[in-house]
Design a protein around this ligand. Sequence first.
Ligand SMILES: Nc1ncnc2c1ncn2[C@@H]1O[C@H](COP(=O)(O)OP(=O)(O)OP(=O)(O)O)[C@@H](O)[C@H]1O
Length: 247
Amino acid sequence: MTADTSVLLDFRDVSMRFGDTEALTGVDLTVSRGEFVSVVGPSGCGKSTLLRIASGLEQVSGGTASTASQRIGYVFQDATLLAWRSVRRNVELLAELHHVPRAERAARAAAAIDLVGLTGFEKHLPRQLSGGMRMRTSLARSLTLDPELFLFDEPFGALDEITRERLNDELLKLFVQQNFAGLFITHSVAEAVYLSTRVLVMSGRPGTIVAGFDVPFDMPRDPDIRFTPEFAALVGQISHALREGHR
Ligand SMILES: Nc1ncnc2c1ncn2[C@@H]1O[C@H](COP(=O)(O)OP(=O)(O)OP(=O)(O)O)[C@@H](O)[C@H]1O
């Protein structure tokens, strides 16, 4: 059997304008199942706009942006949990909004909570959780819809280094298990390289993709890959492209 590598996200010559602000121009981008694509770029270059277009929250000003699936997961930098709901009821929220019957919802939530390693914390409220646990809850909530396309807007940016590395490993494990198409925004080139099958570099505003790098390391990824000269060399090349595009 050959692996399913269907294109789930397809941007062609996408541009985006907000009044006088040209946010994006000439963006061509495809993400297929089994690909994890990260986008790095200077602040304000339109990365979040790119993700909002992919999720359908924003309409393009020019070009076309199409998604081949309605099953889209979206994780923001903020975990966006409801303070008065337990972990379990927060995780069930999206399925609830999609009118998934109660028993099915509970089963999906339990499976997602298990996948992100929060079993035992189902009854906790968000304020009783660490930042990393809140982000896991947010991930689990998206997982209940079994997304084919998973969008991440700098989800680990506010976490400490150790928690961030641990969540990177957990996300990689999920990616290998669930075989979704991932689009990940980050300010960290090392995080982009570690997580991705491909890294794209955006220029300053109006943002456009100025370089792309295939990441040659095997999945599942060995955490020690981060300490190899090959890893450091690729991070160096991408950082260089980022500086060039920034001028
Ligand atoms: N709804 C909006 N209305 C007006 N301008 C907007 C809107 N959304 C984004 N912009 C502008 O578009 C540009 C790109 O914004 P965006 O948030 O996509 O950048 P970003 O690369 O994600 O930034 P950062 O890395 O700082 O989070 C910015 O100049 C921003 O002010």
